[in-house]
Design a protein around this ligand. Structure first.
Ligand code: NAD
Length: 387
């Protein structure tokens, strides 16, 4: 086999982008697509559409389409059922982020995945492929920073207008989407957080629902986390600030690493912090340090990179960049932030997935939220700016 035959379910904003990505790959070919709305097929470029078979029902798609692998790019609540259906039909898989809306659903997917070791299953964590993120991971795992004492991630440049929230009837309600900025925009940062630092022991914080928008889910999050080893973390996210910030700051024994506006900077201590605290004869002042700008290079075609990686995993057994099973970790982190905010309590990880599922059920059952208008979907160009 020289290339992998891909299908895509959900030809919306993201699915359409994936049709374009696949068309540029040598090891992948798009052969079929599925969407419950046949008008969605018009989103594909004519030169792509002419070679693919279109289906409007997932069951028939899985039975009849000539595909080896499928990308699931539908609203989040449908990820688990469609992913399980794909595995049961023997298809390799890429699931869009988030893996699911809540941890219990992700557990269901992972239980099914365990029955299909022969299949490659990936999450679309495209931001893991960005050169700066790969470099940060390498610096942490390689021990360059030493023990991490504090992490701050301010990620408030996910600004969204009311028009965005009104652009799909599933968006921004408990019933349709199951969450807001933690579930739609931040799964990338939540995954990177756990990829870089692992999961904390406790999570507490303040979460605001519909603070800036006419929505019922969260659009502002201020969270504080603690790790077993004393590391603390602050995670601040919003879709209502303009202009926003995306700044990651990692304060470690051997210095401070920051990533902001495309610049990766390491201010490296000559003497490690705890050593300096104990042994310096100075009353004031800090260790000498060096300012190091860290270069990073590589391909920034994030989604294309993940699809190419999965095709190589199928063809040549290349390791996956983002195994699907790892998706539960960032989801658990996001769910615990929401639970901490909703219940105004300290959540200890591992989080009780039944408690969270029951809480979400309650929110859905008591919701009085009505969507006002459903405008046209966001343009592909708008979406391209939003990854
Ligand atoms: N990785 C990324 O950077 C990224 C970016 C944007 C969106 N996403 C994810 O992609 C998913 C889709 O988001 P979107 O913005 O493309 O949504 P969208 O509303 O633009 O498109 C969803 C499409 O799925 C179709 N659909 C819905 N249910 C279906 C079903 N059961 N079977 C077949 N088709 C169905 C709809 O008709 C629609 O065409 C979400 O989970 C979102 O989080 C990921």
């Amino acid at each position: 086999m020289d290339f992998v035959k891909f299908g895509i379910i959900g030809i919306g904003n993201m699915g359409t982008g994936h049709t374009n990505s696949i068309s540029t790959l040598a090891n992948a070919k798009l052969t079929a697509v599925c969407d419950i709305n046949p008008k969605a097929f018009d989103r594909m470029k004519p030169e792509i559409r002419k070679d693919v078979k279109c289906f409007t029902d997932a069951e028939t798609f899985f039975k009849e389409a000539d595909i080896d692998a499928v990308i699931i790019a539908v609203p989040h609540y449908s990820h688990p059922d469609l992913a399980i259906m794909a595995m049961q039909h023997g298809k390799h898989l890429i699931v869009e982020k988030p893996i699911a809306v809540h941890k219990k659903e992700a557990e269901r997917m992972i239980a099914e995945a365990a029955k299909h070791p022969e299949l490659k299953k990936s999450l679309m964590f495209n931001q893991r492929t960005l050169p700066a993120h790969k470099k940060i991971k390498q610096l942490i795992d390689g021990g360059e920073l030493g023990k991490i004492n504090r992490i701050n991630w301010v990620i408030t440049d996910w600004f969204r207008s009311q028009k965005y929230y009104d652009s799909g009837d599933w968006r921004a309600s408990w019933r349709g989407e199951g969450g807001g900025v933690l579930l739609n925009q931040c799964p990338h940062q939540l995954d990177l957080w756990q990829w870089f630092f692992g999961l904390p022991k406790t999570v507490r914080g303040v979460v605001k629902f519909g603070k800036y928008h006419d929505i019922e889910v969260e659009d502002e999050v201020n969270v504080y986390m603690e790790y077993e080893n004393g590391t603390v973390g602050n995670f601040i996210a919003s879709t209502g600030e303009m202009p926003g910030t995306n700044r990651l700051e990692i304060v470690a024994e051997r210095g401070k690493l920051t990533f902001e506006r495309g610049e990766l900077l390491f201010i490296r201590n000559e003497i490690e912090t705890s050593d300096f605290i104990k042994n310096t004869d100075k009353t004031f002042g800090i260790s000498d340090n060096w300012k190091c700008e860290i270069p990073f290079y590589g391909d920034i075609n994030q989604h294309r990179n993940v699809i190419e990686n999965v095709a190589n995993a199928i063809l040549k057994d290349t390791p996956l960049i983002a195994p699907m099973e790892e998706g539960i970790r960032g989801l658990e982190l996001g769910n615990s932030m929401l639970l901490a905010g909703l219940k105004d309590k300290v959540v200890t990880l591992p989080m009780d997935s039944d408690e969270y599922a029951a809480e979400l059920e309650k929110l859905i059952a008591t919701s009085r939220y009505q969507k006002k208008t459903v405008a046209t979907a966001a343009s592909a160009e708008d979406m391209a700016k939003s990854f």
